[in-house]
Design a protein around this ligand. Sequence first.
Ligand SMILES: NC(=O)c1ccc[n+]([C@@H]2O[C@H](COP(=O)([O-])OP(=O)(O)OC[C@H]3O[C@@H](n4cnc5c(N)ncnc54)[C@H](OP(=O)(O)O)[C@@H]3O)[C@@H](O)[C@H]2O)c1
Length: 279
Amino acid sequence: MQYIQLNNGVRMPIIGYGVYLVDPSVTERCVMDALSVGYRSLDTAQYYENEAMVGAAVRKSGIPRNEFFITSKLCLSRPSYQRAKENVKGSLQRMRLDYLDLMLIHWPMGNDGEIWAAFEDLVKEGCLRSIGVSNFYPEQFDLLVRNASIIPVVNQIETHVFYQQRPMVAKMAEAGTAVESWGPLAEGLNGIFTNPVLTEVGAAHGKTAAQVALRFLTQQGIIVIPKSVHRERMIQNLDTLDFDLSDEEMEAVRGLDTGHNLEGWPSDALSYNPQDYRR
Ligand SMILES: NC(=O)c1ccc[n+]([C@@H]2O[C@H](COP(=O)([O-])OP(=O)(O)OC[C@H]3O[C@@H](n4cnc5c(N)ncnc54)[C@H](OP(=O)(O)O)[C@@H]3O)[C@@H](O)[C@H]2O)c1
């Protein structure tokens, strides 16, 4: 595994396993499969309603807690400092964990300064090792860091070959915040798995289109958390760090950028109400 050193010195695996839309009834089995093939970084969220099953798999695995990197995300209506603190402790209780490696604000919620202050205090209390944001675009990001003592370690944003987010990647590099891609396989949309450019580049390395799409991101230092309920695909997605794309191949994949997010997702976080976009 390769790691990204976050701005607080913590090392985060560059490939993790995401569980969005993994049905709670199969989440424990899927996470056990993911752990058995080598994943140690897990990405869940309160909104996914499967935190408890992720925590159950972690305990059942018998793998020492300090070998994991576990992320969840806060979702809160009417945010306040106190409610944010209680809400994070709710995640810890559901997962039956003493701490999380990373807690994110899932999307800008309108009172993010108070949530952030609660997160910062939870770091001091030892409940959270690292804190970050998700779906924060320049305006919300700048607003948050203006009064922050801790700079977000990551910003988890939609990033894939069809929506490469070059301006955000540059902005985050300047801020010292790592980019974590959600939807690194474009959620399986736009014909990604049979895309001719990705397929041709993959053929030169004995890899699939999916593997090229993931390597294109990790080669730029972008963290990925692909989701699959299939063990063989989990293996395939993890087996993506043993080859490098040449400059010409990177350029060819850069040419797939449409500059647009996936159909069905909002184009900016200001209009983000996940209830409207749940698949
Ligand atoms: N912060 C946010 O707002 C946000 C939003 C969305 C997602 N996320 C996080 O990011 C993670 C990943 O994003 P995502 O789940 O939306 O989409 P994704 O990982 O880009 O794509 C998942 C889709 O690709 C298929 N797939 C996976 N590996 C494959 C392979 N090697 N070959 C062929 N098909 C493959 C999966 O099908 P099968 O399962 O059937 O294999 C599924 O349909 C989520 O699980 C979640 O943790 C965060």
